[in-house]
Design a protein around this ligand. Structure first.
Ligand SMILES: *[C@@H]1O[C@H](CO)[C@@H](O)[C@H](O)[C@H]1NC(C)=O
Ligand SMILES: *[C@@H]1O[C@H](CO)[C@@H](O)[C@H](O)[C@H]1NC(C)=O
Length: 415
């Protein structure tokens, strides 16, 4: 392992020839994810990532305290960062919705939806689909929502009326509400019948620019669990203007460089692993241990809780021979001034339980203009998160059935 990496002209392309992963027993449904912003603005990414961090942390705290697990959604604009394209209904109506590994419920704006956020995005119309039906209050999915005080019975039991709140308090003005339905979802060319989803008739808050949200978390309501595919994977392209493959039911990763680590079980729908230590250059510092770190598709930057953050920052600073650049907004971002061209930075390796992630320089430094590069790792007052920049150019597989997270360096265009 090299202690130093070169950041070439502030833009490296890592083109590993990774073999395609096939599932032997289960179907692979193919979808695509697209970044809602084509270029990453560090200042805006930092603000949005901090908002996202607060939401995930609040949800985790609520789960730990036994409070009903509400708030699967984000309140900031463009929160999800990645939109997933799919069709719903017969004949199919194409929509894009935020793909979110941090929550469970699948929902879309339904019908006229005059008081629905996000405004301006298309709705799904159940009245023009022959495959739509309402899910009754006796359905399993409704039972799950009711158990968390997120739904009530309507229309004499024929309807399951949900109201999902943002934040932790019932007073929140961030919510999505409607009734549960069952529909045919089409991914790529494959139609899957009987997916339970929320037909939203009213919502407030921010959900990016799409028509709803596709929960990819670990709970029973999630799209992954409903597809009964056991696992899913994605590969986020290092080029934010490209689409990224999202594969449901993908088989185990094979070939060179596959690393696997157990998912820590817990009440949260999020995917959490144990980060034992972090190597930066020639030095190794402590990780987040049993508190874990969440792999999240909806957070752009990466967060480390204390004391891991401060120690890692010190180790980075002691081994980087570049002048510090004042960050634009006076926060404690770690940014360096370069003269352009090829820049030498220390390597960074995440040591998970049984798996090492030897990161390309592009996955932890972001050019912000004027020859300045910023470390994408931020200090967290609560939980730790591996955000989506750090995950780029890896094929990342979430084995939900067996609670294992695997990853492999990959050329996302070839999956
Ligand atoms: C980045 O975002 C901030 C805050 O939204 C904005 O003020 C700034 O102009 C943006 N920078 C660029 C280069 O677009
Ligand atoms: C479906 O419902 C919308 C309003 O939600 C209405 O404008 C439209 O005419 C309806 N279409 C049909 C075929 O009934």
């Amino acid at each position: 392992m090299a202690d130093k990496l070169f950041l070439h002209a502030l833009l490296i392309s890592f083109l590993f020839a990774a073999p395609r992963a096939y599932s032997e027993r289960r179907p692979v449904f193919r979808a695509t994810m697209t970044r809602t912003e084509k270029t990453i603005n560090f200042t805006r990414a930092a603000r949005k990532s901090h908002d996202r961090l607060s939401i995930l942390a609040a949800r985790l705290a609520a789960n730990a305290g036994g409070v009903s697990a509400q708030t699967p959604l984000q309140k900031m604009d463009g929160a999800g960062e990645y939109g997933m394209t799919f069709s719903i209904g017969t004949p199919p109506q194409e929509l894009s919705a935020v793909a979110d590994t941090g929550s469970d419920l699948v929902w879309v704006k339904c019908g006229a939806c005059a008081h629905c956020a996000p405004q301006g995005s298309p709705s799904y119309y159940p009245n023009t689909s022959s495959s739509f039906s309402k899910l009754p209050c006796s359905s399993g999915l409704c039972g799950n929502l009711k158990a968390n005080s997120l739904a009530t019975c309507g229309a004499g039991g024929a309807e399951c009326d949900y109201k999902y709140l943002y934040g932790l308090a019932a007073s929140s003005d961030h919510y999505t509400k409607g009734y549960l339905g069952s529909e045919t979802f089409t991914l790529g060319g494959d139609a899957v019948r009987g997916i339970g989803f929320g037909c939203t008739t009213m919502s407030e808050g921010g959900y990016g620019t799409g028509s709803g949200l596709v929960g990819l978390g670990r709970g029973p309501l999630s799209f992954v669990r409903q597809l009964k595919v056991g696992a899913f994977s994605y590969c986020l392209s290092g080029d934010p203007s490209k689409t990224s493959p999202l594969l449901f039911g993908s088989g185990a990763l094979t070939g060179a460089g596959v690393q696997s680590t157990p998912l820590i079980s817990g009440a949260s729908p999020s995917y959490t692993v144990n980060l034992k230590s972090i190597s930066i250059g020639a030095k190794t510092t402590l990780g987040t241990g049993d508190n874990g770190i969440i792999f999240d598709s909806g957070t752009t930057l990466t967060f480390l809780a204390e004391p891991a953050y401060t120690r890692a920052k010190a180790v980075l600073l002691s081994q980087t021979n570049l002048p510090l650049a004042a960050s634009s907004d006076g926060s404690d971002d770690v940014c360096f001034q370069t003269t352009g061209g090829s820049v030498e930075v220390p390597s960074m390796v995440l040591h998970f339980d049984g798996a090492d992630m030897d990161l390309p320089a592009d996955n932890f430094f972001l050019p912000v203009g004027g020859g300045v590069i910023c470390w994408i790792v931020q200090k967290s007052p609560s939980i730790s998160i591996v955000g989506n920049i750090m995950q780029m150019n890896y094929h990342i597989r979430y084995d939900v059935d067996n609670s294992v997270l695997s990853f492999q360096p990959a050329n996302c265009d070839r999956l």
